[in-house]
Ligand binder design. Structure first.
Ligand SMILES: [Zn+2]
Length: 349
């Protein structure tokens, strides 16, 4: 053994640079997976500020609930809590009489699939374990948790649902196939100039308007992605980020007006959410405040939305909000609830 160390030592003396590179490579191979496992995948890793403080509605609460006929969700990828920091006239006219929380908390880590899945499943990312890779490659395979569509469909055999997305994994890997009454649309494949995220997001809005001609879906989910693209490129709050947010604002206005023209606003609960924000220098996945922050805005015409700002909101609370608005009990495995001071029909602080 001594001979081995002697020889190795002599060799390293002769090849110092190569030796350092080999040691660095070995350290990289060992350290990187450990760090990744600890901070990105371990179910034990759960940051305390991701704990929901929402209300789990009781049977009595549901009896006293004011039911909406339908819920429409505007999902704005990467927008963080930036609404209100720039001119967004459509967001304002839809939600200013409702409840707006621009300081919600993203899942840990601050990644898209982790958050969209949490929003639609009602559980934390540590529970559902979905990553962007999985959602991109596998159609809800091996996922133990039902989406809010599937949960609602269980007791409402005749209801229909609609989900139009810019970012494919939401419809492909997160929302199940085979839900009765569910229609999924992939806007990206329908736009010729698929280099333009604005055009794809606009298509999402157009698909929602088109859908309204013949259907009254119980839950409509619309995913917009141009803000996320801008955030990756140049960062949270940059000029292109703001321009993209204003573009999505126009898209939301198009959809809202279609509901208004058909006299459907009163019976519809409109929600706007984001999955995460972006670092000031661009990108997300880390723990900077501008990456973690998310939006929850809620508006409805039935007089039971508390005007102002609700209590703590974590992204996995969204499924509870959707189900409560429709008068449906949330499953026992949910880890979220309805944020306090959101609906006047639930206990207020
Ligand atoms: Zn995202």
């Amino acid at each position: 053994m001594n001979e081995f160390f002697k020889k190795t030592g002599a060799w390293l003396e002769k090849h110092v640079v190569v030796g350092i590179l080999i040691i660095a490579l070995l350290a990289f191979i060992v350290i990187v997976p450990c760090v990744y496992k600890e901070y990105c995948t371990s179910p034990k890793t759960f940051k305390a500020d991701r704990v929901s403080e929402g209300i789990v509605p009781t049977d009595e609460d549901l009896k006293n609930a004011v039911k909406y006929d339908r819920v429409v969700i505007f999902g704005v990828d990467g927008a963080g809590g930036y609404f209100g920091q720039c001119d967004t006239p459509n967001f304002d006219r839809i939600f200013s009489e409702g409840n707006i929380n621009l300081n919600g908390v993203s899942q840990y880590p601050t990644v898209s699939s982790q958050n969209w899945a949490s929003m639609l499943y009602g559980v934390t990312a540590q529970k559902h374990q979905i990553t962007n890779t999985q959602a991109s490659l596998l159609p809800h395979l091996g996922v133990k948790y039902p989406s809010v569509f599937k949960t609602y469909a269980k007791h409402h055999k005749d209801a229909t649902y609609f989900s139009a997305v810019d970012w494919i994994p939401v419809n492909y890997g997160i929302i199940e196939n085979g839900i009765k009454g569910m229609t999924k649309k992939y806007a990206k494949s329908m736009v010729k100039d698929d280099g333009s995220e604005y055009a794809i997001d606009k298509k999402v809005a157009e698909l929602a308007v088109e859908r309204l001609e013949k259907h009254r879906d119980a839950i409509t989910f619309l995913h917009f992605d141009c803000v996320d693209h801008a955030g990756h490129g140049v960062g949270y709050g940059s000029a292109p980020f703001v321009a993209a947010l204003q573009e999505v604002d126009r898209d939301m206005g198009i959809v809202y007006d279609a509901y208004r023209e058909k006299g459907l606003v009163e019976g519809t609960l409109f929600i706007c959410v984001s999955d995460h924000g972006h670092a000031l220098t661009g990108g997300h996945g880390g723990e900077e405040e501008t990456e973690k922050v998310v939006t929850l805005a809620v508006a409805g015409g039935k007089g039971n939305i508390v005007k102002g700002t609700c209590g703590k909101y974590v992204t996995h609370d969204l499924a509870s909000v959707i189900l409560y608005a429709l008068g449906e009990k949330q499953p026992a495995h949910y880890e979220g609830g309805v944020p306090k001071n959101l609906f006047s029909t639930l206990e207020l602080e």
